[in-house]
Design a binder for this molecule. Structure first.
Ligand code: FHF
Ligand code: ZN
Length: 187
């Protein structure tokens, strides 16, 4: 299983590389990676398992974060606390944002990253809504619309696949200043 020790930290060049496109049918190795990455998210969101294995809870994990420079990421966005159905659960392969809203959005608390050990404060301004094309593990192509929190998580993951980290998008001088008053702040 993937543990915190397996997660590559900021400063490792793999986090700044553009991942290679993944070929289909998936190799056994790529299929196992997909399964293991999703298992990390599931385990990390289970308080007992997170405690037992020292996992930092995550809603996304990109292959470069485990040292694999490929266009693959797992996303597991939980639904409301009383509802076990996730808002979005998928291993996204070769994902591309094909269009997006003009309207920006940011998490009101800012973001964090499993590969960044210190907290870096500030709004990470992204698109509020995206249309994303990706392949699933069976090679089937999907084109879906996402908004608000799931859209933010997918943008964070797609950024990893292109060598970008969340703090690249923070205004270091004025981290909590918004230049566009139409920005949606997401709790
Ligand atoms: C996280 N954790 O998952 C953050 C980090 C906006 O590339 O958000 O670095 F586990 C992936 C419910 C609400 C349950 C929040 C995308 C953030 C992606 C992982 N935790 C959570 C939860 C969380 C990163 N990452 C702070 C670790
Ligand atoms: Zn991250």
């Amino acid at each position: 299983m993937i543990l915190m020790n397996d997660i590559v930290r900021d400063g490792d060049p793999v986090l700044r590389q553009v991942g290679a496109k993944v070929a289909f049918p998936l190799s056994d190795e790529d299929r196992q990676l997909a399964t293991e990455m999703m298992a990390y998210l599931e385990n990390s969101q289970d308080p007992k398992l997170a405690e037992k294995y020292g996992l930092r809870p995550g809603v996304g994990l990109a292959a470069p974060q485990v040292g694999v420079s490929k266009m693959m990421a797992a996303v597991l966005v939980p639904g409301p606390e009383d509802d076990p159905t996730p808002l979005f659960k998928e291993v996204i392969i070769n994902p591309v944002i094909v269009s997006h809203s003009v309207q920006p959005a940011a998490l009101s608390e800012g973001e964090g990253c499993l590969s960044v050990d210190k907290d870096i404060d500030g709004y990470v301004v992204r698109h509020d809504r995206i249309t994303m094309r990706y392949q699933d593990t069976s090679g089937q192509t999907h084109k879906i619309r996402l908004r608000d929190y799931p859209a933010i998580v997918c943008q964070h993951e797609i950024d990893h696949l292109n060598g970008h980290l969340y703090y690249d998008l923070i205004n270091t001088q004025t981290p909590f200043q918004l230049t566009d008053d139409s920005t949606v702040l997401i709790d």
